[in-house]
Ligand binder design. Sequence first.
Ligand code: ZN
Length: 181
Amino acid sequence: MILSTETQIETIEHHFKAIMETLGLDLSDPSIATTPKRVAKMYVEELCSGLNPDNFPTPTFITEGFTPGEMIEIQNITVSSLCEHHFLPFFGTANISYIPTTKILGLSKFNRIVDYFCRRPQLQERLTKQIVETLSLLLETEDISVTIRARHLCVSLRGARDTASETITVVRRGVFEERRR
Ligand SMILES: [Zn+2]
């Protein structure tokens, strides 16, 4: 069940206020009085908007101007998401390679589809797989590879406090998988 946007914002505002008060913060301070509302709107309207299927971008296909069988690569697509274990951001880039069959997608659609799956609590491994599976269906090709390289704030701000390491996830299908063997 998906609640209405208004109900989601009101409920999160209520609970986030309780979190801040539990931490001993004084919500009568004008500087933070409206923080619960701001945080609630940020989660519902921005960081978690990809939980609502209505927000999936409308794909526009192009059926000419390319050669079927010749690889297309899109590099350095912005990845900016939220780790589902800590609700802290992870961010980096995605590279997509695919071999078109009968159609290709407009270039900005790759950014929008990546962004749609980023806007929900995620695991980098699942995010990579969701992008591959969705693009494979839309493009009607088995030959697709997605690599995501990202830094996780749950690794740098807390826990190991490692600010240099990056996580790289790769999902290869079709010829990209075969070439690796
Ligand atoms: Zn985490």
